[in-house]
Design a protein around this ligand. Structure first.
Ligand SMILES: *Cc1c(COP(=O)(O)O)cnc(C)c1O
Length: 375
């Protein structure tokens, strides 16, 4: 097979003349800091896109989680239920407010938090369940909403990886008390760095706006009655974000198209494809596969070969949070499902700029490398 010279990245921003036009417009207007028309346009359009009342821009998807936990009054002595398999930001945000993360094992097929185990983790101290729609597959939310209602606790959606993902026909992020999005450079839409809090709760939205803006009093200038933060997004970032959002449907459709190409071309007995449960419309932020257990231990070697010999960049799955030094002491169980798959997971190139031929090339290259391991 002819090998490519260029590197196929795992992800890359998909920016067009539209993003450039709005960015330059924001620049030329002089409104380059955190006031300006694009902040409002981005927030309004995002709320409309998702079907929520409020969308509030923030400087990244980590502080958006921090703000949500803060306004819900979650703090020292409280517990928040969270998947052990997530990007570390979800867990760190819980620690920022002084609360304790309570980890849940994964489902073997969706890799999301095992919904069936959540109720068993609830104690008198539990204040919230933070779900994470991992790699773009929706968590089964109905049973969790039921639990949250019965116990009087909050459901928070870390939807950083799931813009465009639907749960039973509606976009995720809107099901709990609040949802959080990230616009980091590798996310489905990007502002470079950036995030968004969404909620249908008027009072919560008001408090988040105040908290992200140094706790400014609404009536008295330079008066602060709470300790706030500077978690604002700039108008420059919002200009890019607004343009990205106008293209979001196109980008999400492209992600799904790429997934369909992988499903067609990446057929190998040692590869397990991601699933799409009936309740979910996957947005395939990252097209993610598992290697069969028989070759799983060669994962890193396989990824190295793909990179050095074929110019294909891939990513390993996240490590379980409880393997990290700061969370090891919170591993109160073995997490058998997660421990069985995280080490053989690979995120394949998932950029919306990929062509059909790129995906065919990645697929045939991976198959070629895998065949070296079959004797
Ligand atoms: C990307 C991401 C975040 C937030 O990331 P930022 O880089 O702070 O925007 C939070 N949670 C998950 C699951 C993520 O993937």
């Amino acid at each position: 097979m002819e090998k490519k010279k260029k590197v196929i990245p795992v992800s890359e921003p998909n920016l067009t003349d539209l993003e450039r036009e709005y960015l330059i417009d924001a620049f030329d207007s002089g409104w380059i800091s955190s006031k300006g028309k694009y902040i409002e346009l981005f927030e309004q359009k995002f709320a409309e896109f998702l079907g929520v009342k409020h969308a509030i821009t923030v400087s990244n998807g980590t502080v958006s989680l921090h703000l949500i936990l803060l306004v819900l009054g979650i703090g020292a002595g409280d517990e928040v239920i969270v998947p052990n398999f997530t990007y570390i930001a979800s867990v760190n945000a819980i620690k920022y407010v002084g609360a304790t993360p309570v980890f849940v094992d994964s489902e073997a097929d969706t890799w999301n938090m095992d919904v069936k185990q959540v109720e068993g983790k609830i104690t008198k101290k539990t204040k919230a369940i933070m779900v994470v729609h991992i790699y773009g597959h929706a968590v089964d939310l109905d049973p969790l909403l039921d639990i949250a209602n019965r116990y009087g606790i909050y459901l928070i959606e870390d939807s950083a990886e799931a813009l465009g993902t639907k749960y039973k026909g509606k976009y995720v992020g809107q099901f709990g008390i609040a949802g959080s999005f990230s616009f980091f450079g590798n996310k489905t839409i990007t502002t470079g760095e950036g995030g968004m809090v969404v909620t249908n709760d008027d009072e919560l939205a008001k408090r988040i706006r105040k908290l992200k803006n140094q706790g400014n009093s609404e009536t008295k200038r330079y008066w602060h009655d709470i300790i706030g933060f500077n978690y604002r997004m700039t108008n420059l970032q919002a200009a890019i974000g607004y343009a990205q959002l106008l293209r979001a449907k196109e980008l999400i459709e492209k992600k799904r198209l790429i997934a369909s190409w992988y499903k067609k071309h990446l057929n190998h007995p040692l590869i397990i494809h991601p699933i799409e449960k009936p309740y979910c419309t996957h947005s395939y932020w990252m097209y993610s596969i598992l290697l069969d257990r028989s070759v799983g231990r060669f994962r890193d070697e396989i990824m190295q070969k793909l990179y050095h010999e074929y110019g294909i960049e891939t990513r390993p799955f996240f490590y379980p949070a409880t393997l990290m030094p700061m969370y090891q002491n919170l591993a109160d169980e073995d997490f058998p499902v997660l421990m069985d798959f995280y080490w053989r997971g690979i995120n394949l190139p998932s950029s919306t700029k990929l062509t059909y031929d790129d995906v065919k090339y990645v697929s045939s290259s991976l198959i070629e490398v895998l065949n070296e391991y079959i004797r």
